[in-house]
Design a protein around this ligand. Structure first.
Ligand code: SAM
Length: 223
């Protein structure tokens, strides 16, 4: 079935998010801000409502769309922290959190995720749900700190693993500029799917996502 028809069909069964989230999605589209696709949004909603994580970490805030969407679907007492490094995006995210009166519910950390994730892990912070949606070429560099930050049985969701379809192509078919991302993303997928501490599934949802669960030590030592 072609992708477009499938999307139209799935739209019939999609729960509509609050109106302000729909407005943000529309604005992001108008201003060409990359935000999660609806399929990814569905997966996040499902995981948050069924797993009920209490500490959520997002890497890559942009204008705050996915952070606000996750906040709407997380348990009452849960906390969400999101990291962004680009000043223009930070200003828009701050504005959106304030505009919808959600400032107190989302902790926005400014800075490069490479440093922020390292600092958080040095501080002994722990999260039971991590959503990775920043620079695609850096996912692998972030992974050692992400593994420390994720609790046992915690969930790691990584978005855009197809990188607009490039990752599916032979490396010779992508431009030189994209080749590094292509290689790094393939390497990231290789590591995730063979990591002894992770159980991972790759799904053709949106621009491709992975869902990984961190295993208990006993689970992988037995295997
Ligand atoms: N999660 C957002 C949403 O769906 O609403 C979209 C995030 S957008 C795809 C990726 C964001 O990650 C961009 O705003 C970019 O500035 C940010 N980013 C990229 N590399 C980063 C890094 N190393 N540290 C922090 N933020 C980064």
């Amino acid at each position: 079935m072609e992708e477009e028809r499938m999307e139209v069909f799935l739209e019939l069964f999609r729960e509509e998010p609050p109106v302000y989230i729909q407005r943000l999605e529309q604005e992001a589209r108008e201003h060409e801000v990359p935000v999660i696709r609806r399929g990814t949004r569905d997966v996040l909603r499902y995981l948050l409502r069924t797993k009920k994580p209490e500490r959520i970490l997002e890497v890559g805030t942009a204008v705050g769309y996915s952070a606000l969407f996750m906040m709407e679907n997380m348990p009452e007492n849960a906390e969400i922290t999101t990291v962004e490094k680009v000043e223009m995006r930070l200003a828009d995210a701050r504005h959106n959190f304030k505009r919808y009166d959600k400032e107190g519910r989302i902790c926005l950390i400014e800075g490069d995720a490479a440093k922020v994730l390292h600092d958080l892990s040095e501080q002994g912070k722990q999260y039971d749900f991590i959503f990775m949606d920043a620079a695609k070429g850096q996912y692998l560099n972030f992974l050692p700190d992400v593994m420390k930050l994720l609790v046992n049985n915690g969930t790691l969701v990584s978005d855009n693993i197809f990188h607009e379809g490039d990752v599916l192509q032979s490396r010779y078919a992508v431009t030189r500029r994209d080749r590094t991302i292509h290689e790094r993303m393939r390497e990231y997928l290789e590591v995730l799917t063979h990591h002894r501490e992770l159980e991972t599934i790759c799904l053709p949802v949106g621009d491709g996502i992975t869902i990984s669960t961190k295993k208990e030590v006993a689970q992988y030592e037995k295997a």
